[in-house]
Design a protein around this ligand. Sequence first.
Ligand code: AHG
Ligand code: MN
Ligand code: MN
Length: 354
Amino acid sequence: MTSNYVSPFIIDEPTREQILTGTSLEDFLENHAKSNPGDGRAVSDILLGLAKCSIQVRETINQGALGSAFAGVKGSTNADGDNQKELDVLADDNFLDAMRSVPVALYGSEEINNPVLLDSEKKYAIAIDPLDGSSNIDTNVSIGTIFGVLPVVGEPAKNPDETFLQPGSAQLAAGFFIYGPQLAFVVSVGNGTHIFVYSARSGAFILAYENIMIPDQTNEFAINASNHRQWSAKQQHYIDELLAGVDGPRGKRFNMRWVGSMVADAYRILIRGGIFMYPGDRRKGYSDGRLRLVYEANPVSMLAEQAGGGAICCNKDGVTRILDIIPTGLHQRIPLAFGSSKEVDCLAGYSKKS
Ligand code: AHG
Ligand code: MN
Ligand code: MN
């Protein structure tokens, strides 16, 4: 069928100077490779492989309900018992395939029970949440992909789990892609956190925020408040005092935002500050909250810390820096709080109070 239809939405807008002159992701990673003779080249190749794949995944997402990947629930569950959607599985397949042509030995994914051995000769592993915010897929709300890059330890063919049981402080790089109004890539290779925005015009990720710093103070928090009655007394006390506003002990009004996709809440916190919490609660299966340590909490904690923020676990044992925790399993959950450093410290104070 031919059509003479001319879209009124094609606008020949001037290209932003930043797109022409800004640092591309390729340039940034080339520089990282050259200045880090040890792991730099391999890490750069892996990040580039992930970034290329994200553009492909984003194209599928952009089709929305017009595409076949929005058919809804796939009828299967992942390692954590969550219903898998078509897009969860499709994104996982795409990223797994993309990792076959970069120096990755092991692929540990939310969507697969055990790590996948790709090449036992390679020296790096990827821990990944291929599609974060599954419940938002059908609602046209931002979703994302979160990952950490780890060095392989031991013998990946014989004991693939060992590599994923390293603390988050062992990550060589971490990041997330957000499929939102913009496709953006938030990444750290251990020297700050940087945000690249994809320019469809130039077909490249362009550095938009170099060394982004989370404001250390905030009056905005993110938590699923519907779980209030299920939280510990300390967690309730902290939130109740935020809600008390100017008349309460904190002496200021706090605003609340909860997207339901951690990537979107994390992006907002990087841009304008805030604190994100998914504490443990009394619901069955939620004693350690909902978020997974190895492929959600660890990457976002590295990004938060590299941006001057904090990331902690508060539970009955006290307060622990997320990146110091030794994981017990690839799919382990962890109570997570991250964001503006002073507010994270403040939460830690409440968690220690007896
Ligand atoms: P996933 O879609 O990968 O399972 O992760 C969803 C996570 C996270 O993105 C979000 O912050 C949280 O689940 C939302 O949980 P609630 O639905 O309990 O609010
Ligand atoms: Mn997730
Ligand atoms: Mn997911």
